[in-house]
Design a protein around this ligand. Structure first.
Ligand SMILES: [Zn+2]
Length: 341
């Protein structure tokens, strides 16, 4: 069995990491103190334990509680810059060769930070790390279309300055991608790539719907596995294969939000064996108390997936990255050059 320390050396391509879900615990505590916001726990160890307890509470609401805290803590340009830089550095030291980070910049507006100021601070933070990275701008799908359209225009405005794609994040059920069709049209017309959270809490049909609205990648998409078992819906899998969609699968996050019973029972193996292009990601390192290396170690320990599978997933992730071709090719070369210690 491969230990968690071995998997740090595995080259990784991070496509699905929320910046407001991936702060270092020490940084969060520091930012809360600086901004005079009460922390739910007095020190680093207790705060880490608070997140761990919320992750295992079996409640999406508990899981999401942490985001109110991180967004409030991050709501200055200096804090946003710091969090983005640290995320890129953490990823680099954890074996990432390319990374895309995402966040909804308009979340900081109520705190007096404009969407433009938030994006510029985040891009400055990412640029300070040696890791090749890009920013995905999220719209929040429970917001009215006017808000996701504004986020879409913001993303397009920074297309040539480090923003690589647009996403719809937030609670999926009841807010299908089609309810934000106008925002997605702005993004398509602006020549920016799209990845959409779909098929996490809602059905496999949403994955195909997201693809038809212009998504080249899907956040999660795990409910597509339901269609594998159902002859009447098997065509959904065939459509995803024909469209060449890539799934950004987040096994541990799915366990914590109730989308999968355990990593061992996670449908990533069935989808992979069905030939679906996919890769593994953490989603929210802080909320799920996990790193990409630990995610890899969990897959190796609890599923039939091998190191060869994980490397093949990284290669597929690099091919489907929204970063410039030179970065994608460099990442693929780094993966090919990897030799186990
Ligand atoms: Zn996500």
């Amino acid at each position: 069995m491969t230990s968690p320390t071995d998997t740090r050396a595995l080259p990784k391509v991070l496509l699905h990491e929320h910046l407001d879900g991936g702060l270092r615990v020490a940084t969060l505590l520091d930012l809360l103190r600086q901004r005079g916001i009460a922390s739910p726990a007095p020190d680093e160890a207790a705060l880490a334990a608070w997140f761990d307890a919320n992750a295992h509470a079996g409640s999406l609401l508990k899981y999401l509680e942490g985001f109110a805290l991180t967004v409030a803590a991050m709501a200055t340009p200096a804090a946003l810059e710091r969090v983005a830089f640290e995320a890129a550095e953490d990823a680099r030291l954890d074996g990432a060769v390319l990374a895309e980070f995402r966040i909804a910049p308009l979340l900081f507006e109520p705190f007096g930070v404009s969407g433009e100021a938030a994006v510029e601070a985040l891009l400055a933070g990412l640029a300070r790390s040696r890791l090749p990275s890009g920013l995905i701008v999220c719209g929040m799908r429970h917001e009215p279309p006017a808000a996701t359209e504004r986020a879409a225009r913001l993303a397009v405005a920074y297309r040539d300055r480090g923003v690589v794609a647009y996403d719809l994040a937030g609670a999926e059920f009841g807010f299908p991608p089609s309810s934000h069709a106008a925002a997605l049209k702005i993004v398509r017309d602006g020549g920016l790539a799209i990845t959409l959270h779909a098929g996490e809490a809602d059905a496999a049909e949403r994955v195909v719907e997201a693809g038809r609205l212009g998504a080249a990648r899907i956040g999660h998409g795990v409910r597509l596995a339901d269609a594998l078992q159902d002859p009447a819906r098997r065509h959904l899998v065939d459509t995803v294969l024909e469209m060449g969609l890539h799934l950004e699968v987040c096994p541990t996050s799915n366990v914590h939000t109730g989308a999968a019973a355990s990593v061992a029972l996670h449908p990533i193996v069935d989808l992979w064996q069905a030939g679906v292009s996919l890769s593994y990601h953490t989603d929210n390192r802080l909320m799920s108390c996990i790193t990409a290396s630990q995610e890899a170690a969990a897959l190796l320990a609890h599923t039939p997936l091998t190191e060869t599978d994980l490397l093949a997933m990284a290669t597929q992730a690099a091919r489907h990255s929204f970063l410039p071709e030179s970065d994608r090719l460099a990442a693929q070369a780094a993966i090919e050059a990897y030799r186990p210690a």
